[in-house]
Design a protein around this ligand. Sequence first.
Ligand SMILES: Nc1ncnc2c1ncn2[C@@H]1O[C@H](COP(=O)(O)OP(=O)(O)OP(=O)(O)O)[C@@H](O)[C@H]1O
Ligand SMILES: [Mg+2]
Length: 294
Amino acid sequence: MWSDTSVRESAALSPSPEASPAPAPTKATPMTGFLKVEQLAKAFHAEKPVFADVNFTIDKGEFVCIIGHSGCGKTTILNVLAGLDTATSGHCFMDGREINGPSLERGVVFQSHALMPWLTVRQNIAFAVKSRWPQWDRSAINAHVEKFVALVGLSPAIDKKPSQLSGGMKQRVGIARAFAIQPKMLLLDEPFGALDALTRGTIQDELMGIVRETQQTVFMITHDVDEAILLADRILLMTNGQETAQGYVPGGMAEVVVNPLPRSRTRAQLHHLDGYYDLRNHIVDFLVTRARAH
Ligand SMILES: Nc1ncnc2c1ncn2[C@@H]1O[C@H](COP(=O)(O)OP(=O)(O)OP(=O)(O)O)[C@@H](O)[C@H]1O
Ligand SMILES: [Mg+2]
């Protein structure tokens, strides 16, 4: 049976990095477990699983970020949640049903934008919208597509092909496409990685606005600690697999950090909030000293 106890869940953070890594475990608020990940493991090479014994839940309407160094298996977990890859062992459930293939109930933004190069921005998004609502007529599809393209500030480029767009613009098309199908869950793999700082901030604000308005459930990979603190209700900290004196230890979920900052936080006032630096230090300290510690 699945249990949350294998992952330390910390809400109260230690006041200084020196005091890490032992924030007192606290009782988490009751979880509805809209998404449940149980005992997940993935091994591309049998003797060295990338990660093992990964357990976590995500509540409906919750925004969860995952942070860990390159290669620890973040994208692999997201691909399993998307139904695009299978785990070596373990199970994932969404809304009470086991995930065993791709579904339009989950919108994915890939680490690379994954657009169809022969289609325009409009056609790329319309393709997904048509699949989601096959009964819609052309004008309903068009109106819907235009709304979501406007949301990511790409209206002037709507009839351009991906080859005519910058990396950041392509990434925004991917974001618009994922939102446009109004999925039960969004799976975002470093969705802002290719964006310049200004656009990144704007899109982060937009994402936060839409997610709160639509009570969207989100699982997002990021390397940006501030981005995680701004957006996430909880932050999953993941370790890399590593060789130790006792042999190989697979990567896994080291800790779940509950974001104690008020949900009304904004990018501009984030660093003025009580608790911000404690939270930031705790995560940075994890990445520097524990994520790959032997
Ligand atoms: N298809 C595959 N075949 C073999 N090994 C793979 C495959 N896909 C991923 N891996 C390996 O699994 C590990 C985890 O990869 P993954 O892409 O999940 O990492 P990640 O945490 O998303 O890293 P990054 O932050 O760089 O995106 C890496 O060591 C990678 O080389
Ligand atoms: Mg990745």
